[in-house]
Design a protein around this ligand. Structure first.
Ligand SMILES: Nc1nc2c(ncn2[C@@H]2O[C@H](COP(=O)(O)OP(=O)(O)O)[C@@H](O)[C@H]2O)c(=O)[nH]1
Ligand SMILES: [Mg+2]
Length: 312
């Protein structure tokens, strides 16, 4: 059972409407009026999938399966195709450990480090996550370790207030690892269940970023040897291929345990989710479908694909 009950299918469906137009409506148009599916139709579907951010590998898998199914079935009807596409898409998303839940309760405090480049939605996601944990009855502390931008701490402060959780922050320009350290110390001392650490995502200098994240992890581990329990990489779906590159780069600098894909509302590039998972084999934990505090949802492969394909 999940800790959060935060899935609103209608909101998910609405958010994915542009992605739906791009993928599903195009496929439906191709199939429209055809009693049976022939090879030419499959070629057309292949092209639609490739141009919709799903990626070459996943498209190839889908088309191969579709050919096998169509070959084996006397009924070469169009619904078989949609069915096959959906099935393959779900299987791409069901990475081995995707259903593994955070082991909250087993570790106290449970420490989550949030990383990603500037502007992807880290601070917003921390605000939303803090809210989710808070309403699940957990005692939450956020640490403003993005000390690089002057406004960053203030922004996290606003989110902490909204989510009704406590925050540790220091003056602009302080050492990020000292904020992370103080946050974990406070969490341990005062019995917090969850720690969420915000960071600055300066990818322009890879070795600096690597050093900074390493230092943050090391100082936290001095207080609680297992920290961080999770390192979440936040990716912005609207950036399409760039999100894929960022996942590559961050995986090289530090170990990432899960992904958060934001801004799935209002982009036609939702297909990028399939490409990211296919490449990284890192599970997506949460998705952002809006800017508000309750616009974060648990990621569930089948629901996600159903929402993309739901035309009702
Ligand atoms: N539409 C939408 N906007 C989002 C989402 N998540 C974050 N944002 C917006 O993205 C912008 C950057 O977010 P911020 O949390 O400051 O990014 P950070 O630099 O990574 O901390 C803000 O304007 C947020 O409101 C989302 O899921 N949907
Ligand atoms: Mg931020």
């Amino acid at each position: 059972m999940s800790l959060f009950d935060n899935i609103n299918f209608k909101k998910l469906k609405d958010g994915l409407s542009k992605t739906r137009t791009k993928i599903v409506n195009s496929i439906s148009e191709t199939l429209n009026g055809k009693a049976v599916v022939d090879d030419k139709t499959l070629d057309e579907i292949e092209e639609i999938l490739i141009t919709s951010d799903i990626g070459f590998d996943t498209t190839a898998k889908i088309i191969t399966q579709a050919r096998i199914r169509l070959h084996n079935e006397k009924n070469r009807i169009t619904t078989t195709i949609i069915d096959t596409v959906k099935k393959e898409l779900i299987s791409v998303l069901e990475v081995e450990n995707i259903s593994h839940q955070f082991e909250i309760g087993k570790y106290k405090p449970f420490v989550i480090l949030v990383v990603g480049v500037n502007g992807v939605g880290k601070t917003t996601t921390i605000g939303k996550l803090a809210h989710n944990f808070q309403i699940a009855g957990l005692k939450v502390l956020v640490g403003a370790a993005d000390t690089f931008r002057a406004a960053a701490g203030e922004q996290l402060g606003i989110w902490a207030k909204r989510a009704n959780v406590e925050i540790i922050q220091k003056e602009h320009g302080s050492d990020p690892s000292s904020v992370a350290y103080d946050t974990v110390v406070e969490a341990k001392k005062n019995n917090f269940d969850i720690v969420l650490i915000d960071t600055a995502g300066r990818l322009h200098n890879k070795s600096n970023l690597m050093e900074e994240l390493k230092k943050i992890k090391n100082v936290m581990a001095k207080i609680v040897p297992y920290a961080p329990n999770e390192t979440l990489l936040v990716l912005d779906a609207t950036t399409g291929q760039n999100a894929i590159l960022q996942a590559d780069e961050f995986s090289k600098v530090t170990e990432i345990s899960g992904l958060v894909v934001t801004k799935l509302d209002g982009t036609a590039k939702g297909g990028v989710v399939f490409q990211i998972i296919n490449k990284q084999k890192i599970p997506i934990r949460y998705i952002g479908v809006g800017e508000k505090i309750d616009d974060l949802q648990n990621f569930q492969p089948k629901l996600f694909v159903d929402a993309i394909f739901d035309n009702t």
